[in-house]
Ligand binder design. Structure first.
Ligand SMILES: NC(=O)c1ccc[n+]([C@@H]2O[C@H](COP(=O)([O-])OP(=O)(O)OC[C@H]3O[C@@H](n4cnc5c(N)ncnc54)[C@H](OP(=O)(O)O)[C@@H]3O)[C@@H](O)[C@H]2O)c1
Length: 251
C-alpha cells in the first residue's frame, strides 16, 4: 500500500460509507467520493478534510445508470494518481410490498442493487488485477442469505451481488493477482436506509461500528465478513430452518 492510501468510494453519501471514510480520513488518506447528490458529496468532503484526509475529490454521477464502468473507474483512479482500495457502498432498500405488485419497480430495484453494482465490481476487479494490488470491498447484506417474504427482492439482488463478489475473490486469489475482494454482510444498521424501522436492541449496530469493520476488511480478512460478526451465526441458523417451520414465521 502506498502512503497516503488512495480510495475510491462508490456511493460515498451512504451513512456506512461516510463512517468508513472517516477512518480513512484519520489516516490521512486521499479519497475520491462518487455519488449522485452534489451538495451532499461536498458536505461529506468538507467533513473528511476536517478530519485529516490529505485530499478529497468529488465525482458526481448516477452509479445506477448503465455506463462504461471500466473507463469511468480508470478516470477516477487517474484523478487519485492510482488507487489502493475501492469501496462499493450504494444501494436502495425499496418497498417490498409495492415491488411485488409493480414489476417495473422490482426491475429497477434489481437493476440498481445488482446489475449496476455488478458492472462496477467487474470493472474494479479488472483494474485491481491489472495493477496487481488493491482491495475491492463491497457491501452486501444478510438479506441475501435466505429469501424472506419481507425483503426478498432486495435480498435477491444482494444474493446475486454476493455470489459475484465471492467469485471475484476466488479468481483474484487463484491467479495470485496481488489484489483481493471482500464482501461485507451487515445486519440491521441504524442509517437513513432503515429510518422507517423501529430501532433498538442488541441486533442493531451503528454506522460507525460497521464502518470500522469495513475499514479493517480493506486490509485483511474475508472473503465474506458479517457485520457485526454474530450475524454469521444467526444466518447459519436461519439458513437451516426447514421450510415447513420457516413458512409459519412472518420473518
Ligand atoms: N442500513 C442497513 O441496515 C443495511 C443492512 C445491510 C446492508 N446495507 C447496505 O449498506 C449499504 C449502505 O447503506 P446505508 O445503510 O449506509 O444506507 P444509506 O445511508 O441510505 O445509503 C444508501 C446510499 O446509496 C446511494 N445511492 C442509491 N442509489 C444510488 C445511485 N443510483 N447512484 C448513486 N448513489 C446511490 C444513496 O444516495 P442518495 O442519497 O443520492 O439517494 C445513499 O447515499 C447499501 O448497499 C445497503 O444495501 C444496509
Amino acid at each position: 500500500m502506498t502512503t497516503p492510501c488512495r480510495v475510491i468510494i462508490l456511493g460515498a453519501t451512504s451513512a456506512i460509507a461516510q463512517a468508513t471514510a472517516r477512518f480513512y480520513a484519520g489516516e490521512g488518506a486521499h479519497l475520491l467520493l462518487a455519488g449522485r447528490n452534489t451538495q451532499h458529496l461536498h458536505t461529506v468532503a468538507a467533513d473528511l478534510t476536517g478530519r485529516g484526509a490529505s485530499a478529497v475529490e468529488v465525482e458526481v454521477l448516477d452509479l445506477g445508470a448503465p455506463t462504461d464502468a471500466s473507463a469511468q473507474l480508470a478516470v477516477m483512479a487517474a484523478r487519485l494518481g492510482g488507487v489502493d482500495d475501492i469501496l462499493l457502498a450504494y444501494g436502495v432498500l425499496g418497498d417490498q410490498t409495492q415491488a411485488e405488485r409493480d414489476v417495473a419497480l422490482a426491475r429497477d430495484l434489481l437493476a440498481v442493487n445488482f446489475t449496476s453494482a455488478a458492472q462496477w465490481c467487474l470493472a474494479a476487479a479488472n483494474l485491481l488485477e491489472d495493477q496487481r494490488r488493491g482491495s475491492l470491498v463491497v457491501i452486501g447484506s444478510v438479506a441475501g442469505d435466505r429469501g424472506r417474504q419481507s425483503n426478498f427482492i432486495y435480498g435477491a439482488a444482494k444474493a446475486g451481488l454476493g455470489t459475484l463478489v465471492q467469485g471475484i475473490a476466488h479468481r483474484l486469489a487463484l491467479r495470485n493477482s496481488g489484489a483481493r475482494a471482500v464482501l461485507i454482510k451487515p445486519g440491521f444498521v441504524d442509517t437513513p436506509m432503515t429510518g422507517h424501522l423501529p430501532k433498538g436492541g442488541p441486533l442493531w449496530a451503528s454506522a460507525d461500528a460497521v464502518g470500522a469493520i469495513v475499514r479493517k476488511a480493506a486490509d485483511a480478512g474475508g472473503p465474506v465478513i458479517y457485520a457485526p460478526f454474530f450475524w454469521r451465526f444467526i444466518l447459519l441458523i436461519i439458513r437451516v430452518i426447514p421450510a415447513p417451520i420457516f413458512h409459519k414465521r412472518p420473518l
